[in-house]
Ligand binder design. Structure first.
Ligand code: GLA
Length: 378
C-alpha cells in the first residue's frame, strides 16, 4: 500500500475521519558538512523519501500519536512537564512546545505517521519528522510562522528535547526543498539560492553502510564544542572566515584534537565555495575531487567516519567514481557518490560484492531524486 494511504487508513481506524495529511522529506548534502553550526555554507537538497502524517485537532489538551512503523501509541499533554517516555515522541512533543514558545496556541490532536527515510542513514529522518509537525501545526493553529522559523522550531526541538546541538541544515532542507534543485545556504546570514542540479552524464547515488549512526548523546556535540573553543580563541563568533594562517598562529594554545577539527572545517569552507564555482562551469571533476577531500578530512581530521564508510569511499575511488564521501553527521550511515553514467552499473555491482565479502552484507543503494519540501497533501 502507498505510504499516504497507509497513514490515512490507520488514522481512520484509530481516530475516525477528517484528518489532514502533511509530508516532509529527508535530505542529501552535496558538500559542506559540519559547516552549518560554524556559520558556513551547506549545499543540501530534499529527497523523495520522507515522513507522512495524518493529523486532526481532537478538542482536548492531549496528543495521541501513533507511529505506524513502530506500532506504538504515545499519549502526552502539552506542558513542559508532560514529556513522553517514548524517545520517538520527543520529536513531536518538542515541536509542540517550540511552537507554543513562539506564541502558537497548539491544542490536543490525534495523529498517525509513517516514514520511508532509512533511520540512522544520515538522511535526516528526524528533521523530516520535525518539519512535518512544525508545518502542520502552523497551518492547523494559524501560526503565521515563516518557513525559516519553522526550520528553527525543528532545530530547537533537537537542542531542547533530543540532546543534539545540531545546525540548521537538515530542517532548512526539509522545509525549503524544491524538485530538481539543490540549495546553497549561508548559515550565518541565512541567505540562500536554489541551484537547478541536472548533472548531465552523471548520477548521484547513496550507498548505505547500514552502520546505524545515532547523533543523540554522540560525539557530534563534542565536535561542535571543539569548533566553538577554537573560534573563541580566535576572537570570532564562528569558525567561518578563519584562515589556516590564523589557526596555525594559535596552534600551541589549543589541543591537537581541536586543531585538527578546525583544520577540517576551514578546508571544508574553501571546498564548498570551490564546488559552487565548479558547478557554474559544469566542472564535475572538480566537484568530485572536493568530495573525496571532504571524505578524508572527515575521516582523519574530524574523525566522524568509520571503517565501513572508508571502505566504501576507497572502493568508489578504485572504480573511477568522480566523487564519494560520507554524508551527514557521520559515525555511520551513507556515502554520497557522483558517478559517470557509464561507470554506474559496474560501481554498484563492485561495491556490493566487495562490501559483502568483507562485512557479510551488501550496502543499500538509494538513487537520489531531488524533491519538494514540507507540504500539505491533497
Ligand atoms: C547533522 C546535523 C546537521 C549538520 C550535519 C553535518 O545532520 O543535524 O545540522 O551539522 O550533521 O553536516
Amino acid at each position: 500500500m502507498e505510504m499516504k494511504q497507509k497513514v490515512a487508513s490507520k488514522f481512520e481506524e484509530l481516530f475516525g475521519a477528517g484528518a489532514f495529511l502533511y509530508a516532509s522529506p529527508g535530505r542529501i548534502n552535496l558538500i559542506g558538512e559540519h559547516t552549518d553550526y560554524n556559520g558556513g555554507f551547506v549545499f543540501p537538497g530534499a529527497v523523495d523519501k520522507g515522513i507522512i502524517a495524518a493529523i486532526k485537532p481532537n478538542g482536548t489538551d492531549k496528543v495521541r500519536a501513533f507511529s505506524i512503523d513502530l506500532d506504538e501509541l504515545a499519549e502526552f499533554g502539552l506542558r513542559e512537564e508532560d514529556k513522553p517516555v517514548q524517545s520517538w515522541a520527543h520529536y513531536i512533543f518538542g515541536v509542540c512546545r517550540e511552537m507554543q514558545k513562539r506564541g502558537v496556541e497548539v491544542k490536543g490532536f490525534d495523529t498517525t505517521f509513517a516514514g520511508d527515510v532509512p533511520l540512522g542513514a544520515g538522511m535526516s529522518s528526524s528533521a523530516a519528522l520535525e518539519s512535518t509537525y512544525a508545518f502542520a501545526l502552523n497551518e492547523l493553529y494559524n501560526g503565521n510562522i515563516d518557513k525559516f522559523e519553522l526550520a528553527r522550531v525543528g532545530q530547537s526541538t533537537e537542542h531542547n528535547y533530543c540532546g543534539v546541538n545540531c545546525g540548521i541544515m537538515d530542517q532548512f532542507a526539509s522545509v525549503f526543498g524544491k524538485e530538481g534543485c539543490l540549495m546553497r545556504l549561508d548559515c550565518r546570514s541565512m541567505e540562500f539560492a536554489y541551484f537547478p542540479f541536472h548533472p548531465e552524464g552523471y548520477k548521484l547515488v547513496l550507498l548505505d553502510s547500514v552502520v546505524k549512526h545515532a547523533l543523540v548523546g554522540s560525539p557530534y556535540n563534542d565536535r561542535r564544542a571543539s569548533c566553538e573553543r577554537v573560534a573563541k580563541m580566535l576572537g570570532q563568533e564562528f569558525l567561518r572566515g578563519a584562515t589556516m594562517e590564523q589557526l596555525d598562529a594559535i596552534k600551541d594554545k589549543i589541543s591537537d584534537e581541536d586543531y585538527r577539527r578546525a583544520r577540517y572545517v576551514i578546508g571544508e569552507e574553501r571546498r564548498v565555495l570551490a564546488v559552487c564555482d565548479a558547478l557554474e562551469r559544469d566542472d564535475y571533476e572538480t566537484v568530485g575531487k572536493c568530495m573525496f577531500e571532504t571524505h578524508w578530512g572527515m575521516s582523519k581530521d574530524y574523525e566522524v567516519s568509520c571503517e565501513e564508510l572508508d571502505f566504501l569511499a576507497a572502493v568508489a575511488e578504485e572504480c573511477g567514481v568522480t566523487g564519494s564521501r560520507i554524508m551527514g553527521g557521520g559515525f555511520g550511515g551513507c556515502t554520497i557518490n557522483l558517478v559517470k553514467e557509464e561507470l554506474y552499473d559496474n560501481f554498484i555491482a563492485t561495491a556490493k560484492e566487495k562490501f559483502a565479502a568483507k562485512y557479510g552484507h551488501e550496502p543499500k543503494v538509494y538513487p537520489v531524486i531531488i524533491s519538494d519540501g514540507s507540504r500539505r497533501l491533497e
